[in-house]
Design a protein around this ligand. Sequence first.
Ligand SMILES: Nc1ncnc2c1ncn2[C@@H]1O[C@H](COP(=O)(O)OP(=O)(O)OP(=O)(O)O)[C@@H](O)[C@H]1O
Ligand SMILES: [Mg+2]
Length: 510
Amino acid sequence: MDYVIEMLDIRKEFPGIVANDNITLQLKKGEIHALLGENGAGKSTLMNVLFGLYQPEKGEIKVRGEKVRITSPNVANDLGIGMVHQHFMLVDTFTVTENIVLGMEPKNGINIDLKRAEREVQEISDRYGLKVDPRAKIADISVGMQQRVEILKTLYRGAEILIFDEPTAVLTPQEIKELIQIFRTLIAEGKSIILITHKLKEIIEVCDRVTVIRKGVGIDTLDVEGTTPTQLASLMVGREVTFKTDKTDSNPKHNVLEVTNLNVKDSRGVNAVKDLNLTVRAGEIVGIAGVDGNGQSELIEAITGLRKVTSGKIELNGKNLSSYKTRKITEAGVGHIPQDRHKHGLVLDFPIGDNMVLQTYYHKPYSKYSMLNNKEINKQAKKLIQEFDVRTPSEHTPARALSGGNQQKAIIGREVDRDPDLLIAAQPTRGLDVGAIEFIHKRLIEQRDNGKAVLLVSFELEEIINVSDRIAVIYDGSIIEIVDPKTTTEQELGLLMAGSKNKAGETENV
Ligand SMILES: Nc1ncnc2c1ncn2[C@@H]1O[C@H](COP(=O)(O)OP(=O)(O)OP(=O)(O)O)[C@@H](O)[C@H]1O
Ligand SMILES: [Mg+2]
């Protein structure tokens, strides 16, 4: 059999947990092989073993039939294995080219031959259809573009086997289409791919085979042809998953959030939010639908105090928040599940338990006479870990050691449990498995049913339509239309998001 990679009976332990318990994964040359499993199942760990970041306690790895010891990422690179990580590892202040050639710079005498580097980057970029601007700074380019830089970096190092850890979680629907096209080009060029994703439809669309793991144990490897999302979901979770969000009609009351004529500038000083008006009432979920970059991030940052308001008003229960600092806004009753959980959500080196009281630690019962009350903090952490199914050995484990999805569940638990009058959920289910998504949707609806206001921002149109009571379409910094999810299809929503004024999609010549 023509396997390029064989991971046989791999075991990897961490203190208090067996992350990989005798898992076997075999990759055929030229295939796209999905690795599927719940949050914390051990997917990233297994791939980190293959990339030489972790040493397994037991098991064997063969590359092109030969037994190898992958003791570091450099060894992995030499064997033709490249990895695009769940969280990117680029230097923000460097250019695209500088990041790609980092550590392998072509030299001209003792100096870096930047001209040649740029030329080489351009060559692989053309060959694989990975469009980038070789001279742009990482900080100035989109997430989708940064991901291409990561892919180019592996190709520049001669990767034949590419590992992608949740590459589509951070992308917009359009960028996902482009990435899938890139996968096809890579396969056509003779590469082999391992793909971690929670999106079952993606697996069915692009993968040849799938290996399912559950709680660190290998469950099965099967051909994708002939399987359904429902079948994959139940294999992975070990129970039926419905994919349907049950909810009754909303019963909205008074205005909780009232945004009037809001203007906000983006990081480059350009107007990103323009005379925007929006209301969210008690007892309803308002979903914001829009193509990335139409002002949704700046709007959320303004409401939560992370970005300055140029003009206009943001009122919470009639109180103007627009000049408040983040902590005061939090205390006024705003909860925030941030889009970027590493930047705004967690302190990675702190225990996960401490992260769960990040906004409340200076209050009773968590503090007394300016001293932290660890007993109370741990009690609260234990409660949230239990309730939100945060899979961690204990509340003392550093946040960094939790799997991506479990970090996200911890943030959601913390924010929901504070029971804020207004809960802002930005891409709340990004990186979560289907079971966890179902659970989070239930909790958002529960908040609504308890009379809270919920503002949901998501690129997943299915999520927006299933969870929201009203959908506000944002385009070029303004809300251009409010629609009823019950009578709007994904297609109609897509057209509105592209700036077309009426649902039927008849083009208006303006
Ligand atoms: N460096 C580490 N130290 C201690 N425990 C770890 C470390 N890395 C992972 N773990 C634990 O190993 C288990 C598997 O984690 P892993 O990141 O592989 O999950 P995953 O399948 O990638 O999940 P997700 O879909 O949420 O990304 C988890 O219980 C996690 O807490
Ligand atoms: Mg992971």
